[in-house]
Design a protein around this ligand. Structure first.
Ligand code: AMP
Ligand code: MN
Ligand code: MN
Length: 361
């Protein structure tokens, strides 16, 4: 769907301070507790997997890859879901394991075990957050440095390039042999969050994991084409229009520059496109050489906007997003904006100078 969707650039230096519980990654005790939570399930246990709202390749790929691994372990009562409308974005509809997806209304109300993927906080689980209380055990798999540790057991590794790194770590400890269908989801997650192995997150360990997944026989060319390089002609035209009205503000962010654009429900309707096609738009906007910071403001309600922020390294956009009620990673973050577009952008513009990491020479 997009090369820099939600968690892209996650492996860029984590925005974790010494006080972050997650800073060091999972301890041996965390891994042991997670393994026990799965191993000790009764044969008739109901397991519910949940990933974050507006799921991206890491959310869906980690969740569905892990689901198929659980299947191989013999878990029979297994559902996967995410908050909000049930439709899976077209780029991910072919993923092995999608048949396990149910709408949030059909998800087990009181599962024995709930496992959350790629969500930094309960708020990212929308109406499904209540399952954290109704489930016997809540296991959290994630890689956001800002993760609040909202599970009973938390496997949070801010150094992991994607949540699928954590998911594979747990599958290995459970003794699950990774087959091609499982590898497909985990690989989609890894390519999504590393921007197809281009971002700083692309460590030797990332390539080693990719090699291991590819060795199952999955086809990277086919996967990349479906996930990143395919969109309807209407979306191509829509992008043209929305990119055509992008604004460059060279003086913003203390001279590092800001480029931004917006898309409304009306834009989507005119081109007969679903909202998720806009997730890929930030990748085209952030190419702008003259701006360190890029921003796409996407209408999500009457006067409500889903805002994506990216930085090339001079600005900590997570600081901007957190200050405006959102979150994310240092160089890829977002928040929900309210009011007129101009006011939302004014809020960003005002916050940027406080988030500059590298003074402009
Ligand atoms: P996006 O721009 O939607 O691809 O998101 C980039 C990053 O920002 C991800 O790590 C998200 O977890 C985070 N993010 C986006 N929107 C929000 C939000 N409304 N609240 C908290 N975090 C967000
Ligand atoms: Mn994500
Ligand atoms: Mn992620």
């Amino acid at each position: 769907m997009t090369e820099a969707v939600e968690d892209a650039e996650a492996g860029a230096p984590a925005a974790a301070g010494p006080d972050d519980a997650a800073a060091g990654g999972p301890t041996d005790a965390d891994w042991a507790a997670a393994v026990a939570a799965v191993r000790d399930l009764r044969a008739d246990a109901r397991v519910l997997l949940i990933c974050h709202v507006n799921p991206d390749g890491d959310a869906l790929g980690s969740m569905l890859g892990f689901a198929l691994g659980l299947r191989r372990l013999g878990v029979r009562q297994l559902q996967a879901t995410f908050p909000g409308p049930a439709g899976v974005p077209e780029p991910f509809r072919w993923l092995p394991g999608v048949e396990l997806l149910v709408s949030q209304d059909d998800a087990y109300p009181d599962p024995d075990l709930v496992i959350c993927f790629d969500a930094a906080s309960e708020s990212r689980l929308g109406d499904l957050a209540d399952r954290l209380a109704t489930a016997g055990t809540a296991l959290v798999l994630d890689h956001h440095a800002s993760n609040t540790g909202f599970g009973t057991v938390n496997l949070v590794d801010p150094h992991a390039a994607a949540t699928s790194v954590v998911a594979l770590g747990l599958l290995d400890r459970l003794g699950v042999t990774v087959d091609a269908p499982t590898a497909t989801g985990l690989y989609v997650a890894l390519t999504t969050d590393t921007g197809s192995f281009r971002f700083e997150a692309t460590t030797p360990a990332v390539h080693e994991m990719a090699a291991r997944l590819l060795a199952t026989g999955i086809r990277p060319g086919d996967i990349s084409r479906q996930v990143f390089d395919t969109r309807p002609f209407g979306a191509v035209r829509l992008f043209g229009e929305v990119l055509g009205r992008a604004t460059l503000e060279p003086a913003a962010a203390a001279g590092h520059g800001l480029v931004w654009t917006y898309a409304t429900h009306d834009d989507l309707a005119r081109h007969d496109q679903p909202a998720y096609v806009l997730e890929a738009l930030i990748d085209s906007v952030r190419c702008t050489a003259e701006a360190d910071v890029s921003c796409v403001v996407k209408q999500s309600g009457e006067a409500e906007w889903a805002v994506s922020l990216r930085s090339k390294g001079a600005v900590d956009v997570s600081r901007v997003a957190v200050g405006l009620g959102g979150g994310g990673h240092r160089f890829a973050a977002g928040f929900t904006g309210r009011g007129p577009i101009d006011a939302v952008v004014a809020g960003i513009r005002a916050a940027l100078p406080t988030a500059v990491l590298i003074p402009r020479a």
